[in-house]
Design a protein around this ligand. Structure first.
Ligand SMILES: NC(=O)c1ccc[n+]([C@@H]2O[C@H](COP(=O)([O-])OP(=O)(O)OC[C@H]3O[C@@H](n4cnc5c(N)ncnc54)[C@H](OP(=O)(O)O)[C@@H]3O)[C@@H](O)[C@H]2O)c1
Length: 287
């Protein structure tokens, strides 16, 4: 990775983790904000991703799962068509493109971890928009690395860990769904694993998350136990908390292709403990 790396969505949760990891490894890079490179405005690519760029790491995307239900066209413009146009731009430069997708491209009815080549069958508009992006990337002819991840959190940004930590300090009890099973993923671990996969010359589709699996209820229990606030966590069903977008009940990603290349991934409880020690205070905007 001698040519410079451009990170898109640099101010998002994963983008910020990626910039920190690139800095730590002393790799030449530049972050581009939404204002500089807009996936819905391919005219912004030439200036933000100039000739000479070696790798583009796309941490940008439409990530509001519930809002995508009523704005599917806009979500698809960014997560679908925009990704295809980005891949075409990277191809024209001879740059490698790293792109992130989601467990939500699968229907969630499996009872064993989803392998990387399992057929896509999304349940909601966000999943459909990401599936369009995956397909256009595969068809683009670009040199790409497609990394599906799930349940992402960090000491910063809008995420479940910060929300539950804050609520646990304010409330005597919380109800959390216990009928969706998945894999939490620390954004900092995703950044680390991404660069290890690039270093290993990985190409194509891989799954990246922390090791192990849990329900949102079990995840919340672990967060609250760390806070030591005395808040009770009660299990409930998804039917008790209807949301605009349907969520898959089983979205465990098979990590074997990734671990075969770069070795074992960090257990989710280890990552969580590390992040909880460094949690940034929740601002009103991140609630
Ligand atoms: N969070 C999760 O649990 C999760 C799970 C699976 C996969 N992923 C994937 O992981 C990637 C990173 O997600 P994240 O959690 O870091 O999301 P995030 O914190 O919401 O960051 C997304 C970034 O993309 C930017 N953005 C939005 N629309 C854009 C556009 N049209 N052009 C350029 N930038 C745009 C946002 O900027 P503004 O804030 O200014 O709009 C923000 O900086 C995404 O591809 C997401 O689909 C996330």
């Amino acid at each position: 990775m001698r040519q410079p790396i451009v990170v898109l969505g640099a101010q998002g949760m994963l983008g910020r983790a990626m910039l920190a990891e690139l800095l730590r490894r002393n790799l030449a890079h530049r972050g581009a904000s939404h204002a500089e490179v807009d996936l819905a405005r391919p005219g912004s690519f030439a200036q933000g991703i100039p000739a000479g760029t070696g790798t583009v790491i796309n941490c940008a995307g439409w990530t509001n799962v519930d809002a995508a239900e009523s704005h599917e066209e806009e979500a698809t413009r960014v997560n679908g068509v925009g990704v295809g146009e980005l891949a075409a731009h990277c191809r024209s430069l001879g740059a490698r493109l790293v792109h992130y997708s989601t467990d939500y491209v699968f229907a969630g009815q499996a009872n064993a971890p989803y392998p990387t080549d399992h057929p896509r069958s999304p349940l909601n508009a966000y999943g459909r928009s990401k599936a369009v992006g995956e397909r256009l990337l595969e068809q683009s002819g670009a040199d790409y690395l497609l990394l599906r991840t799930s349940w992402v959190y960090a000491p910063w940004g809008k995420n479940f860990v910060r929300t539950i930590s804050k609520l646990a300090a304010e409330r005597p009890s919380l109800s959390v769904v216990n009928d969706q099973l998945g894999r939490p993923s620390s954004a900092e671990q995703i950044a680390r694993v991404t660069l290890e996969l690039l270093h290993a010359q990985a190409q194509g589709t891989f799954h990246v998350s922390d090791d192990g699996q849990c329900t949102w209820f079990e995840f919340a229990q672990a967060i609250v136990a760390h806070a030591g606030s005395g808040c009770r966590v009660e299990p409930c069903s998804s039917a008790q908390f209807p949301s605009p977008a349907a969520r898959p009940s089983y979205s465990v990603l098979d990590l074997s292709a990734t671990t075969a290349l770069i070795g074992p991934l960090v257990p989710w409880r280890t990552s969580l403990a590390d992040v909880l020690r460094r949690l940034e205070p929740t601002s009103p905007a991140a609630r």
